[in-house]
Write a protein that binds this ligand. Structure first.
Ligand code: ADP
Ligand code: NI
Length: 218
């Protein structure tokens, strides 16, 4: 590990240690480690750039910064410049952070580099499966959202503004994002890892609705 990666990991661990919305240090550490593993299978990936972007991808997430989409790239730039990282690397990391986030079901999120592909895939793998379910409800609880409301149907957000403004119940998020992630991964290794997690999520949603409906009937 280069010293700038070790310093970045220590900085982010300290900053996110007590985070309670599912964007905690263990999330970032998993994204970092999974991105490294995916990079090993993805020819042409610059490992240092991928690792720095994975570590910094949620440094100032728009969801917690008034929807400001440049807050993340800006905070990453400030940190990297403080570590004397060259401008060319800083610019590449900023671009990956811009590309990583989901922006609504109807919005394409193409990646412009193999590093962005592995970081986006790693972040999305962490949003599905059992940990993905836990993170979704942690986020919903953090925002004070109901678990479920059959009177509020899921919608397909056609632009990022619409997606940002959604205050829907957490179960809707499965239909509005999580169940679609498997089909939007870039690397074969991530697609293979997604299978079991996706099946688990489908089973979770089906069971949730069965329990909800049986409670309604009683
Ligand atoms: P992204 O940048 O693609 O949103 P993050 O690493 O910021 O990815 O993770 C977002 C996490 O927050 C995911 O686990 C996701 O399920 C959860 N999340 C985001 N929006 C919602 C929402 N409206 N309801 C429930 N969970 C959400
Ligand atoms: Ni993330």
């Amino acid at each position: 590990m280069t010293s700038v990666i070790a310093a970045t990991a220590a900085f982010i661990e300290e900053k996110f240690k007590t985070e309670g919305s599912g964007h905690d240090w263990p999330h970032i550490r998993r994204v970092w480690q999974v991105a490294r593993a995916l990079a090993a299978d993805t020819p042409g990936t610059d490992l240092e750039v991928a690792e720095l972007a994975a570590l910094l991808h949620d440094i100032a997430d728009w969801k917690f910064h008034g929807g400001d989409y440049e807050a993340g790239p800006r905070a990453a730039r400030a940190w990297l410049l403080s570590q004397q990282v060259p401008e060319a690397t800083v610019a590449r990391v900023e671009q990956i952070i811009r590309e990583v986030s989901f922006k609504g079901l109807g919005v394409e999120t193409p990646v412009s580099s193999p590093e962005a592909a592995v970081v986006q895939d790693a972040d999305r793998l962490d949003a599905i499966g059992a940990i993905g379910v836990a993170r979704a409800f942690a986020y919903g609880g953090h925002k004070g959202r109901p678990l479920h409301d059959p009177a509020t149907p899921p919608v397909s957000h056609e632009d990022f503004e619409q997606y940002k403004q959604s205050t829907a119940p957490t179960l809707n998020h499965f239909y509005e994002k999580l169940l679609h992630l498997k089909g939007r991964l870039h690397t074969p290794a991530a697609r293979a890892l997604a299978e079991e997690r996706h099946r688990f999520m489908e089973a979770f949603v089906a069971q949730f609705l069965r329990e909800w409906d049986s409670q309604d009937a009683s």
